[in-house]
Design a protein around this ligand. Structure first.
Ligand SMILES: [Zn+2]
Length: 376
């Protein structure tokens, strides 16, 4: 297998059906990456994550650096061995969590000093330190470290954050390349910033292209701006990036967000929604999300989703899952999460088939009509 090779097999409008070949395996795109925050996709064993159709999962640098620490994971043979997942792992840079979860943050050109949300211990995160942590974890796809500001900030604040992010992207590139052994088998993605401003997005895309990355993320979206504003950016942002490289929309999203973003040329996604929702009793179905705690499911003998091929839908009823979740049984969270992961991966497989067969618009319109049908 090559270090990193992206092949586009088919296109339909702006959408692309591709494959990323890496040493730990192939990633079919458009791809959805389940989030394995603390070296676990919560409530699901790695073999069951794989059985749902996931080719790659995401690990969180911020959480792992604090506990059990990247150095300990490295001593134990790396993240893949530690958690029992032998396929590709993408790690985020830690920037988002450092700037949203931690306390007493202090930003400078060097990086971000912060206090752990776990125990208040002081840490410094910088492009160089983020690259080091992701290398210690043994990440396959490493994300550049960037600076985030709210989309509601002034254009001047947005511009300064984007420009600093591009300087940090350059330092990330150098830091990644300095780990020669790791750089020979892993990939590095740059992150486009610029909030909701087309000019800033273009400047960011050009700066990243000059540095050169294996793939490009559209960053700074899905942070509360709403689907309409996000799609507004996605109408032009993917087209500003190198079309020969994969495009990753970080932190997205709801099923209809994903369908709309695939139509706009996005190849990769990650989101906590299927796993987090599974633990709170929300199941995704092709006719919209349902809350299994709802009393109307107490004696419903049907599966969560009659169209779903997953092992949960093949075995257990809505009534049983309603009971488990209401009773706070651990198995309830496990089964709901497993179904939700299958829902997301089945949707991605359907999107890939629709692109291959040049019927994406019809598929997307049909999906939206059914998904938005009201149920409880
Ligand atoms: Zn299912």
């Amino acid at each position: 297998m090559p270090r990193f090779q992206f092949t586009i097999h088919a296109t339909d409008g702006k959408a692309r059906r591709g494959t990323i070949a890496m040493q730990r395996g192939e990633i079919r795109t458009p791809a959805f990456m389940p989030v394995g925050t603390a070296a676990t996709v919560k409530a699901v064993k790695p073999q069951d994550v794989r059985a749902s159709g996931a080719d790659i999962l995401l690990g969180n640098t911020y959480h792992l650096m604090l506990r059990p620490t990247a150095e300990r994971v490295a001593r134990l043979g790396g993240l893949h061995k530690f958690m029992g997942w032998d396929r590709p792992i993408l790690t985020d840079s830690g920037g988002y969590q450092v700037m949203s979860l931690s306390e007493l943050t202090k930003r400078s050109e060097e990086g971000v000093a912060f206090a752990s949300h776990l125990d208040g211990s002081r840490h410094m995160m910088s492009p160089e330190r983020s690259m080091e942590i992701q290398r210690l974890l043994g990440s396959d796809i490493v994300m550049a470290f960037d600076e985030l500001v709210p989309t509601t900030s002034t254009r001047d604040v947005q511009a300064k954050a984007m420009e600093r992010s591009m300087r940090w992207a350059k330092r990330s590139r150098a830091g990644f390349d300095s780990g020669e052994e790791h750089a020979a088998r892993a990939a590095l993605f740059g992150i486009q910033q610029g909030a909701l401003d087309e000019g800033l997005r273009k400047a960011s895309a050009d700066a990243l292209k000059d540095i050169g990355f294996d793939g490009y993320a559209v960053g700074g979206l899905a942070v509360g701006e709403g689907q309409e504003a996000m799609f507004g950016v996605l109408d032009y942002a993917p087209g500003q990036l190198d079309e020969a490289k994969p495009r990753y929309l970080m932190g997205v999203g709801k099923p209809d967000d994903i369908v709309g973003a695939v139509e706009r040329g996005i190849d990769m996604f990650d989101c906590v929604l299927p796993t987090r929702s599974g633990r709170t009793g929300q199941a995704f179905t092709r006719t919209g999300p349902i809350n299994i705690r709802n009393a109307k499911f107490a004696e419903d003998q049907g599966p969560l989703d009659p169209t779903c091929p997953c092992p949960v839908c093949g075995t257990w009823s809505r009534a049983y899952l309603h009971h488990l979740v209401r009773a706070g049984e651990i198995l309830g969270a496990m089964l709901m999460t497993e179904h939700n992961l299958w829902f997301y991966q089945t949707l991605m497989a359907d999107l890939r088939a629709a692109i291959e067969e040049q019927r994406l618009t019809a598929f997307a319109n049909d999906f939206r009509a059914k998904y938005q049908a009201k149920q409880g």
